[in-house]
Design a protein around this ligand. Structure first.
Ligand code: 2HG
Ligand code: ZN
Length: 464
């Protein structure tokens, strides 16, 4: 616990009322969507300027106080959880888009800008911010940068990393650095901007980010296709990629569709039920593109890879098809599922999924296993729902062995134990399945260079 006397010092660094210590605030700001940890921060501080962030970090260095950055708290790896008396630094009041450069197509954002706010801003300017996911209405740009957030459009646009033109950061030592100066071409040695992206606040805090914007896509059109088995999905991906520039290629199992339909507010894509579904999206810029998509669909049916399908004819239909995929995580969240967010190269996906599925269902036939994710990127979300008969503790005990099998398989296939949700606390003990001891040694040395006192989000990515 941080000495309460120090909190009075902290109060002098920000505006009046911008340090909270009441139980409600500690509980709210001390956790993210992982829900497995008990939040226990000492205080929440709300800086309003770069200078205030710098003052907080310098003070924390002097007093050896651990700081945890807090954005929209939608993370799924406990990177923004404060469970050890830390001071949480919330960017809720640094939430402005400061400027826009039409020629460069960039917007300078404070870290607390909500993802959807930037998406709307871009749209108002006739442009597009392409990083998108179900939590874009609450997640913040600073958090997206901290975790290198991915989402549903990565197959076309890449991860958050691709959209950061420049960063201002306050390092763990309290220095203010301006990284890359928004340049497209810059060959002056180490690109430290990229180091801070995905660092989960362990090197310093992002205090300003210049985000690139893109031309708006035209006439986005989605198809949902029912496949007779899992192995048919990859040939479908291949067939469509041969003909079209896809903006998304997702999948979900029939069990996921069951959960969505049980909600009662999302229509079924079509009557036929199949074991798996692919959801793809493309720009139907010309009639020819839509015809190509239909011809590819017919080809997939003739090959036996697709049983039934539907193509959106309006914006409303496009949105309804997306709900089938985007609502899954939220729909099952009340069951506190065991989760994994894993990836391999696309060519390895079928064997990889089959291996994991066989191990889990072979050992625990009573587990309800839900598969979905960004399969066009090789990124699978494995969710397991707790059987009624097991208590939460019994369930999570059994899941500890699932973790081991899953990560051993990830290692065997040269994959990642965290494709897009980050390492945080939930994956830190498994990092060696994806990163060599030597690599981790260099990572720790980098952390020590930027944060010699170990005050920046300690216990995240690596144990302290
Ligand atoms: C998604 O793709 C999110 O829906 C959440 O990354 C995945 O809840 C999950 O497992
Ligand atoms: Zn995802």
């Amino acid at each position: 616990m941080t000495d309460p006397a120090l909190i009075d010092e902290l109060k002098t660094l920000v505006e009046p009322g911008k340090v909270l210590t009441d139980a409600d605030s500690l509980n709210t700001y001390g956790k993210d969507w992982t829900k497995h940890y008990t939040p226990a921060p000492t205080a929440i501080v709300f800086p309003k300027s770069v200078e205030q962030v710098q003052a907080i970090v310098r003070w924390a260095n002097e007093r050896k106080v651990a700081l945890v950055p807090s954005g929209g708290r939608t993370g799924l790896s406990a990177a923004a959880v404060a469970a050890n008396g830390e001071v949480v630094v919330s960017f809720d009041y640094m939430n402005q888009i400061l400027s826009f450069n039409e020629m460069d197509r960039t917007a300078v954002c404070q870290p607390g800008v909500i993802t959807a706010q930037l998406q709307q801003f871009a749209e108002d300017k006739g442009l597009y911010y392409p990083v998108d996911f179900a939590s874009s209405g609450s997640s913040q740009i600073g958090g997206n940068i901290g975790t290198n957030a991915g989402g549903i459009k990565v197959i076309r646009y890449g991860m958050t990393r691709n959209w950061v033109a420049g960063l201002k950061v306050v390092t763990g030592k309290g220095d203010l650095l301006e990284l890359n100066k928004d340049l497209t071409k810059n060959a002056t040695g180490y690109d430290m901007r990229q180091l801070f992206i995905g660092a989960e606040g362990t090197l310093g805090f992002v205090v300003e980010a210049t985000m690139r914007l893109e031309r708006q896509p035209t006439n986005l059109t989605a198809m949902v296709l029912g496949t007779p088995d899992f192995d048919s999905i990859m040939p479908v991906l291949h067939a469509f990629q041969d003909k079209l520039d896809l903006t998304a290629f997702e999948f979900f199992s029939d069990k996921c569709l069951d959960k969505i339909l049980e909600r009662g507010d999302v229509p079924a894509p079509f009557e036929t039920r199949t074991p798996f579904y692919a959801l793809l999206e493309f720009e139907a810029t010309t009639d020819q593109r839509a015809e190509q998509a239909l011809a590819t669909f017919e080809h997939c049916v003739n090959e036996g890879w697709v049983v039934d399908g539907v193509m959106s004819q309006s914006d409303q239909q496009l949105q309804n098809l997306w709900k089938l995929r985007e609502y899954i995580s939220e729909t099952i969240s009340h069951r506190t599922p065991y989760k994994n967010d894993i990836s391999v190269t696309v060519s390895k996906v079928p064997a990889f999924l089959a291996d994991i599925d066989a191990i889990v269902s072979g050992n625990y036939p009573d587990f309800e296993v839900l598969w979905y994710g960004h399969i066009g990127d090789g990124n699978l979300h494995l969710n397991i729902l707790k059987p009624e008969a097991l208590s939460k503790d019994e369930f999570f005990d059994k899941c500890a062995s699932v973790n081991k099998w899953v990560f051993e398989t990830v290692e065997k296939y040269n994959g990642s134990i965290s494709a897009e949700h980050g390492v945080g606390m939930t994956k830190r003990d498994y990092l060696t399945y994806s990163r060599s001891e030597a690599e981790i040694g260099y990572m720790k040395a980098i952390k020590a260079a930027f944060d010699p006192n170990g005050i920046m989000n300690p216990g995240k990515i690596f144990a302290v």
